[in-house]
Design a protein around this ligand. Structure first.
Ligand SMILES: *Cc1c(COP(=O)(O)O)cnc(C)c1O
Length: 471
C-alpha cells in the first residue's frame, strides 16, 4: 500500500500528468521549438532562492517554463540529426532506474541492475551479430564508446612493443596513427584527443562517390610507413548518406598489416538486426571493436551507447580499476571493469526493457520501417517543384536540396534557397529537418530514426515541405 503521507506520490502523480500531456499531444504539437531564446532563458533564470519550494510546484513550474522549448523529437515528425524517441517500456524502465537509483558501478552496489546490463549486453551481441566472446560496456553514447574501444586498441597495439601504456603513459611511446575516411564523425577526433593520440595522427582518406573507402586507397595508406602502429576506423553508416565501408574486404586487409579495426556504427550497426539490410554489414564481425548507440535507432531514452571489444583482455586491462573498499562478487560482472565511469546510472535497464518489448522481430521491423519512410520522404520531397534529390537513402539517411528559381542562379543561390526553405519548415513547426553542407553544397538532411514515424507523419511532412516552398 502507498502511505497517504507519501512524500513522493503527489509529485509523481504530477509528473505522470505532465509526461502524458507531452506524449499524447505530440501529434498536435510543433516538432520545432517555438519559444524565443531570450524569453525561454528569462523563464528559467530566477534568482537562487534561500528557501526551497515544494516538489509539486517545482515540477509544475518546470513543465510550464519549458513549454515551447522542448522539441518534438519524441514524436514521428522529427527528422533532424540522428535522434530516436523512446519505446514505452524503455521510458518506463528508465523511470524505474531513476527510482531505484542504484549505483551501477559494480555488481555489489545493485545486483539486479548489474544482471540486467549483463543480459542486455549478451542480447545486443546477438542482435548485432557480433562475436559471442566479445566484451562490452554500456556507455553514454558512441562518443564514449569510441573512447573505450580506442583505449583497448591503444593498449593492445603498444603491448606489442612491450609498452605498458596504462603504467608508463604515452611520453616516449611508439607512435600510433589512425587511418580513417574523411567522412568520419567528429566524435572520433575527440576520442583520439582525449586518449593523447593527437589528432594530427589521424590520416584522412578520401571516399569514392558512393561514400565508401576503397580498398586500394586503404592499401596504399597501410603500405606507407608500414611499421607504424595503426588503428583503422571503418564506417557503418555515415551521417549524410548512411554509407557502409566494405568490411569483408577492408577488415582482412587491415589485419594483414597488423592494424586494429574499430567500427563507428552509431546507428548503422543496427541494420544487422534486419534480414533485409544486413548484407550491408557483411564481414563487420571480423573487426576488433565496435561502437553503436541505443538512443538512436533502438529508441531508448538518452543517454545510451554501446561498445564491444573482440579481445576482452585488452578492454579490461585498459579500463579496469580495483580498490580495497569495493566488494567484488565471485562470478559477477562488475561494470567498472569495462566502463570508463565510476559511479554511473543503470542505463542498461532501459535497454533490457526496449529489447524485451520489441523482440527480435520488432527491432527488424523498426529498422525496415524507418528505412522505407526515409526513402518515401526523399523521393516525394524530390518530386516537388524546385527540389532535387541529392542522395536517395539506402538505409534511413537521405539528402535533398532546394533550387533557386532565379534564371542563371548560382551555386550560392541554391544554397541560400535551401537554407530559406529549411527555415520556413522549422518556423511552421509541422516537421523538423536539419541543414548540412555536403560535398560543398547546402542540403537538407532526411533522417528517420523514431519508432513512432507513420505513413501519416510522412504525408504531413511532405505537405509541410510543399507549403514551405511557397511560403
Ligand atoms: C551520433 C553519431 C556519433 C556520436 O554518437 P553519440 O551517441 O552522440 O556520442 C558518432 N558517429 C556517428 C556516425 C553518429 O551518427
Amino acid at each position: 500500500m502507498i502511505d497517504a503521507k507519501s512524500q513522493f506520490q503527489p509529485v509523481l502523480d504530477r509528473v505522470l500528468l505532465h509526461a502524458l500531456t507531452y506524449l499524447e499531444n505530440l501529434d498536435r504539437s510543433p516538432a520545432s521549438a517555438s519559444a524565443p531564446f531570450q524569453e525561454l532563458r528569462a523563464r528559467f533564470d530566477r534568482p537562487l532562492a534561500d528557501s526551497g519550494v515544494d516538489a509539486v510546484t517545482v515540477i509544475d513550474e518546470m513543465a510550464r517554463d519549458a513549454s515551447g522549448g522542448v522539441l518534438g523529437s519524441a514524436g514521428g515528425r522529427f527528422f533532424g540529426w540522428v535522434i530516436g524517441g523512446s519505446v514505452p517500456a524503455a521510458l518506463a524502465a528508465d523511470w524505474l532506474a531513476s527510482t531505484w537509483d542504484q549505483n551501477a558501478a559494480i555488481h555489489a552496489c545493485g545486483p539486479a541492475v548489474a544482471l540486467m546490463e549483463e543480459i542486455a549486453g549478451k542480447w545486443l551481441k546477438d542482435l548485432l551479430r557480433l562475436p559471442h566472446e566479445a566484451s562490452f560496456a554500456l556507455t553514454t553514447g558512441s562518443q564514449i564508446a569510441h573512447l573505450t574501444g580506442l583505449a583497448a586498441a591503444r593498449h593492445a597495439l603498444l603491448a606489442r612493443h612491450d609498452w605498458d601504456v596504462e603504467r608508463r603513459g604515452l611520453a616516449g611511446a611508439p607512435q600510433i596513427r589512425i587511418l580513417s575516411s574523411n567522412q568520419r564523425h567528429g566524435s572520433i577526433e575527440r576520442a583520439v584527443r582525449l586518449l593523447g593520440l593527437g589528432h594530427e595522427n589521424v590520416i584522412d582518406l578520401p571516399v569514392d562517390v558512393q561514400g565508401h573507402l576503397a580498398s586500394d586507397t586503404l592499401a596504399t595508406a597501410l603500405r606507407t610507413n608500414p611499421d607504424t602502429l595503426t588503428i583503422v576506423i571503418l564506417q557503418a553508416g555515415d551521417l549524410h548518406m548512411g554509407a557502409f565501408d566494405s568490411f569483408a574486404e577492408l577488415v582482412p586487409l587491415a589485419h594483414r598489416h597488423g592494424a586494429w579495426v574499430h567500427v563507428d556504427g552509431a546507428f548503422g550497426l543496427w541494420v544487422n538486426a534486419s534480414p533485409t539490410y544486413r548484407h550491408l554489414l557483411e564481414g563487420v564481425e571480423l573487426a576488433d571493436s565496435w561502437a553503436t548507440d541505443g538512443h538512436k535507432w533502438l529508441n531508448v531514452p538518452y543517454d545510451s551507447g554501446f561498445v564491444f571489444v573482440a579481445d576482452p583482455k585488452a578492454h579490461c586491462d585498459s579500463i579496469s580499476h580495483r580498490t580495497s573498499y569495493t566488494t567484488f562478487v565471485e562470478g559477477a560482472r562488475d561494470q567498472i571493469d569495462w566502463n570508463p565511469e565510476w559511479s554511473r546510472r543503470a542505463r542498461g535497464v532501459a535497454v533490457y526493457a526496449a529489447i524485451r518489448q520489441l523482440g527480435r522481430r520488432g527491432i527488424a521491423d523498426l529498422i525496415d520501417r524507418t528505412c522505407q519512410h526515409a526513402r518515401a520522404l526523399v523521393t516525394r520531397i524530390g518530386a516537388l517543384p524546385g527540389t532535387e534529390i541529392v542522395w536517395e537513402p539506402t538505409i534511413n539517411q537521405g539528402l535533398v536540396r532546394f533550387c533557386s528559381r532565379e534564371p542563371h542562379a548560382s551555386a550560392a543561390d541554391h544554397d541560400a534557397r535551401t537554407d530559406e526553405v529549411i527555415a520556413n519548415i522549422l518556423r511552421a513547426g509541422e516537421a523538423f529537418f536539419g541543414g548540412t553542407t555536403w560535398r560543398g553544397m547546402r542540403c537538407m538532411r532526411v533522417s528517420v530514426c523514431n519508432w513512432q514515424t507513420s505513413v501519416e507523419d510522412v504525408d504531413r511532412a511532405v505537405a509541410a515541405v510543399d507549403r514551405a516552398l511557397t511560403a
